[in-house]
Design a protein around this ligand. Sequence first.
Ligand code: NDP
Length: 232
Amino acid sequence: MAGQGKGNRTVLITGAGRGLGRDLARQYAQDDWRVIACGRTRPTQGFEDGVEFQPLDVADPDSISDLAARLAGRPLDVLVNNAAIRSDIGGLHDFAPAEFLTVIRTNTLGPLLLARAMRPNLVAGRMRVIANIGSRAGSMAEGLLDDYDDDYAYRCSKAALNMISAQLAQDLRVDGITVLSLHPGWVKTDMGGDQADLAVEDSARGLRRVIDCATPGDSGSFQTFDGVPIGW
Ligand code: NDP
């Protein structure tokens, strides 16, 4: 179950070539975990020792099936659904329907398909945690309170991901799988930009702590990287 620490643990991280995913991979590897770092292309800058690269395009269901076939029989402790995109132009008057659907396919359908595909691997693991990296921007209760974000597709994709986390928490309880929806904060990455208030390593460290301490009682919760509950 969750919270038993490191050593012989395996984590799979999507979008691990840069940003938050890359730092999560680095930190887990430094802490002696086996890391399956997934990405569309192998990063030119090498990974830490102990990190295995696996090609994965989360927007492509066939790519998810191929990954599941390659990983068949391998126990997995933690799945981090991290990969995501924003729209190039997301505002009310200018967003493009095709791009809207690409954002949904990447940020919402991808994590759901991967969770379903990795279910046997998680059941074979010990910690059995799925961490869906969501966003406060997808919260109906809090997402509109302060920061302005006019990317309709992104907001909708993360709101829908929240429902997926809640529904998966119910469906996978029978397997002892804990499902979390986690907001990483406003993080200095390509997506978050230079003005963001959080260093990537601080966000990743906080997320890891929340994941490591998760218990089945936390399944279906929506929290920040430092463990503060967020309204749905
Ligand atoms: P980045 O834009 O820096 O990195 C995104 C990662 O996702 C890249 O590795 C990218 O790979 C990968 N990715 C995108 N599309 C696909 C795809 N189809 N298949 C596989 N990988 C893909 O984002 P962050 O690191 O900042 O964001 C990480 C997570 O945190 C996301 O879920 C994001 O929504 C969330 N978040 C981030 C915030 C922030 O302030 N940064 C705030 C709130 C939430 P590639 O190199 O191939 O493009």
